[in-house]
Structure formats: C-alpha cells, structure tokens
Design a protein around this ligand. Structure first.
Ligand SMILES: Nc1ncnc2c1ncn2[C@@H]1O[C@H](COP(=O)(O)OP(=O)(O)OP(=O)(O)O)[C@@H](O)[C@H]1O
Length: 282
C-alpha cells in the first residue's frame, strides 16, 4: 500500500532524513521508533505530503504522493492544538468530511459511527475543552477514522497523556484496528509501545535518520497490557531495540530468571522509559 523509496529530506544544509526505504502492507500496523530529534516527524510529514522530500519519493497505492492525499489521515501528539475549540465534538469529527461527503445526513452518520468506535457516543454535543486529555485524543482518533483513510499516520499520539490513559488508548487503537481494519504508520520514541502495538517495528538511527532494523513483532495478534508485556518474547524484542537504538553491541541480554544480568537489563530499560517520558513531557 505504502512505499517509501530512497527518501531524504534536508532543512537547508541540515540532513534530517537520509536514504530511507520501506513498504507498509495493507492492514499492517508499522511502528517507527528512533532517538529524539532523529527525523521521525520529518519522515511522517513527507509521507503525509505536508513537506516535499529533497530526494526519493513516496507512493500510496502506486500513486506518487505530491500534496496531502485525500485518503490519508493524521493524528498528532498535541490534541489540544488539533481540535477546534469552537466546534462541538461532533462538529470536529464532521469537519474533514465536509470536503469528502456531500450529503449532510451521511456526514452526521459517519461522525456518530466513529464516535461510537472510540466510546464517545454520548459526548457529541460537548466541546473539546469540556473533556479530559485522553477523551480529546479519542476525538482526534474518531475524526481521523471517520474519513475511512487508506492510511492512518500517527505522530506520538499517546505521548501527552498519563500512563493509564496511554494504555487505554493503545488498547483502543488495537481494538478499532481489529474490528474495522486499517493500515497504520505510527511514530513513537517509546520502545515498549512500539512492540506492544506493532506488527513491525522500524528502528531508526540517530539523525540523519536511516533504517537500522526492520523487525517483525512475532507476538500473538491479541495483546494484553500485562500478559504481553510480561512475555519472554516481548522482553527480547524491546531489549533488542534498546540495544540497536543505543548502538551498544554489549548491552545486557534479555532478562532471564537464572541470569544475574536480568537486573541490569531491567535497570537499563527503566532508564530508557524514564528518558522517553521526560522527552515527551518537554
Ligand atoms: N522546519 C524545520 N527547519 C529546520 N530544522 C528542522 C525543522 N523541523 C525539524 N528540524 C530539525 O530536523 C531534525 C529532525 O526533526 P524531527 O522533528 O523530524 O525529529 P523527531 O525524531 O520527530 O524528534 P522528536 O523525537 O524530538 O519528536 C531535528 O534536528 C530538528 O531540529
């Protein structure tokens, strides 16, 4: 569905992204994880057609992306700036449909349907500022889904909410995807989140971003915040990604009850999570 080939982007003389190539298949959820400032958002903006790459290109269904494609939707981290405060929740969800669906009744139906998908069927008449942060981000997700996009791009979508809300939103995304099917490219700097959500994780290098690994997440499709995150395979994958991100071939191996390195690995990953939390709060 999506092909990124030889993509590079420079801001003046500064190379943010260099020679990136990958594909995303229909109904796949691919996560992009990389160090802070490595060029993840730049990559996503190029895929969304918001900025023009300086080299290489992006195709969606084989058509070159040159400007924002009609069948693409983006969810940003900062829900408070992406929702219109003067429109009701329903009005926000209906807004992008104005240019896509001419029939008003159909627009209303699509908006109500999308709000039900994210559990906000009773909040349509409220205003965004009357909702919690997690609920506002659910409105942003409903707005994106109402467009029935061929490709959903998400840029650190859960980085601005508390840990419990984040877990709820992650599960909401997995459920909506299971029930309604969608192709998703999601950027995060949280290693655990990339493994928990992804069918695949693309690991980026430090700036200028290039792909250092493309890992298939060999975990059961049905995920659970406790059982999945506690499984040996999950721990192996996140340790592998942490090692790749920090370019430390000698980093601790995956924890193993019989292995005294287990504690060191846990400490290393806890420091990783703390660093990601601090970055997202800035
Ligand atoms: N409009 C711009 N003009 C100049 N430089 C920019 C611009 N946008 C981003 N950059 C630079 O390009 C590099 C990559 O930025 P980008 O936002 O893509 O990284 P990121 O991986 O998404 O960062 P973060 O993890 O902190 O969100 C950074 O060094 C940034 O300062």
């Amino acid at each position: 569905m999506l092909e990124v080939r030889g993509l590079a982007h420079r801001y003046g003389s500064y190379a943010a992204v260099e020679n990136l190539s990958f594909t995303v298949a229909e109904d796949e959820l691919a996560c992009i994880v990389g160090p802070s400032g490595c060029g993840k958002s730049t990559l996503l903006r190029c895929v969304a057609g918001l900025i023009k790459p300086t080299a290489g290109g992006v195709t969606l269904h084989g058509d070159p992306v040159d400007g924002v494609p009609a069948d693409l939707a983006v969810v940003f981290q900062d829900y408070s700036r992406s929702l219109f405060p003067w429109l009701s929740v329903r009005g926000n969800v209906e807004f992008p449909l104005r240019t896509r669906v001419s029939n008003r009744t159909e627009r209303r139906k699509r908006a109500e349907e999308a709000l039900a998908w994210v559990g906000l069927e009773a909040a349509g008449s409220k205003y965004p500022w009357q909702l919690s942060g997690g609920m506002q981000q659910r409105v942003s997700i409903a707005r994106a889904l109402a467009c029935k996009p061929a490709l959903l791009l998400m840029d650190e979508p859960f980085a601005s909410v508390d840990a419990q809300t984040r877990a709820d939103l992650e599960d909401l995304l997995l459920r909506v995807r299971r029930e309604h099917g969608s192709t998703v490219l999601l950027v995060t700097h949280d290693i655990d989140e990339s493994v928990y959500l992804g069918d695949r994780v693309l690991v980026l290098s430090k700036s200028p971003a290039s792909i250092v690994a493309d890992l298939t997440v060999t975990l059961p499709a049905q995920r659970d915040q406790i059982a999945t995150r506690g499984s040996a395979r999950f721990v192996e994958l996140r340790t592998e990604i942490a090692r790749l991100l920090h370019d430390r071939p000698g980093a601790p191996p995956p924890p193993n009850a019989a292995n005294s390195d287990a504690l060191a690995a846990e400490r290393f990953l806890a420091a990783e999570r703390e660093e990601a939390r601090q970055q997202s709060s800035h």
